[in-house]
Design a binder for this molecule. Structure first.
Ligand SMILES: [Zn+2]
Ligand SMILES: [Zn+2]
Length: 156
């Protein structure tokens, strides 16, 4: 459970750990899938003015396809994530602040962490930075060398 009861924060800090479901719909839209539940751990602390800062770390591995050549690629997520929660209505418009229900005595970091992960993964995967991709004409993998189109079609 990536939720924390704020009453447990009496000392100012509380830690939590858990996992995110790898089949979350937010991740499916990325064209990537997690091979196992995403490990999440972090510490929530009071940040003044009714705000809370969660400093966490996410860890997982994904598979997907190279955007250019469709080779299977594996990506690792191993990132620090900071999330700021506030019930202050003046901050409700701030995209970097996650809203907290005013009466709530609980912080649930699940959706915030999912969004932060999805943001980091919004770059399409490549098998390598200089992948040459597939020939649009014959579909040959140009990483393996020039295809017949490149040889005969150079006058084009
Ligand atoms: Zn590739
Ligand atoms: Zn070709």
């Amino acid at each position: 459970m990536l939720r924390l009861n704020l009453r447990e924060l009496r000392g100012g800090l509380a830690s939590m750990a858990g996992t995110l479901d790898p089949a979350d719909p937010l991740f499916l839209g990325l064209g990537l899938h997690f091979r196992e539940p995403v490990q999440v751990e972090g510490v929530l602390q009071e940040a003044g003015d009714g705000g809370y800062l969660w400093r966490g770390h996410v860890h997982g591995s994904l598979s997907g396809e190279c955007r250019r050549c469709l080779t299977g690629v594996t990506l690792a997520v191993d990132d620090d994530v900071d999330v700021f929660f506030s019930a202050d209505p003046e901050l409700a418009e701030d995209p970097s602040v996650y809203p907290l229900a005013p009466e709530s005595d609980e912080v649930d970091v699940t959706s915030a962490v999912r969004e932060e992960i999805a943001l980091r993964l919004s770059v399409f995967p490549l098998c390598r930075p200089d992948c040459k991709g597939l020939c649009a004409n014959c579909g040959a993998d140009l990483n393996a060398g020039p295809c017949p189109c490149a040889v005969s079609g150079s006058t084009n």
